[in-house]
Design a protein around this ligand. Structure first.
Ligand code: FMN
Length: 133
C-alpha cells in the first residue's frame, strides 16, 4: 500500500543555511535509497515536505520527523492512501521563485498525471509554496 504525507513546518531559528543544505543532502540520499519519492523545500523560515511511498515506511519516518528539533509547528495537509506516486524521485535542494517571475514547476519533477486523485492537491500545494518565497 502506498501513502502520501504532506506538511508545512517552521524551521528552528538556530538553523543556518549550511545546516539546511546538510539536511537536504541527507534526506535526498536516504529517501532515494529507500524508494521514497517527493520533495523537501525551504522558503523563508518554513519547510514544505511531500513524502510518498510504502505506507509503513512513510508513517514510521513521519513519526521520527515530527520529533526532530530542527523544526516545529508542523501542520499536516495530506495523509492518505494513494495508488501511484506523483514524483519521479526524491528532490530537495530546490529554490523558490525570485521576485515576480512566474512559477515554473520543472517538468521532470512531478508526473503530469490527472488520473491520480491526489495529483491536483499535490500540484496545488507545490505551486502555493513556490509562489511565496
Ligand atoms: C524538515 C525535516 C524533514 C526531514 N525529512 C526527512 C526525510 O524525508 N527522510 C529522512 O530520512 N529524514 C528526514 N529528516 C531527518 C529526520 O528527522 C532524522 O533526523 C533522520 O531520519 C535521521 O534519524 P536517525 O538519526 O534516527 O537515523 C527530516 C528532518 C527535518 C527537520
Amino acid at each position: 500500500m502506498n501513502h502520501i504525507i504532506s506538511y508545512v513546518s517552521t524551521a528552528s531559528k538556530s538553523l543556518s543555511n549550511s545546516d539546511i543544505k546538510e539536511l537536504f543532502n541527507f534526506v535526498e540520499e536516504f529517501n532515494n535509497k529507500n524508494s521514497i519519492t517527493g520533495i523537501l523545500m525551504y522558503s523563508n523560515g518554513n519547510f514544505f515536505q511531500i513524502l510518498e511511498g510504502d505506507e509503513e515506511t512513510i508513517l514510521v519516518l513521519f513519526e521520527k520527523i515530527k520529533k526532530d528539533s530542527r523544526h516545529y509547528d508542523i501542520i499536516k495537509m495530506l495523509d492518505k492512501e494513494i495508488d501511484t506516486s506523483s514524483f519521479f524521485k526524491y528532490n530537495s535542494s530546490f529554490t523558490t521563485r525570485l521576485g515576480d517571475q512566474p512559477i515554473q514547476i520543472p517538468e521532470n519533477l512531478i508526473k503530469q498525471n490527472d488520473q491520480a486523485e491526489h495529483y491536483k492537491s499535490t500540484y496545488y500545494l507545490l505551486q502555493k509554496f513556490m509562489s511565496h518565497p
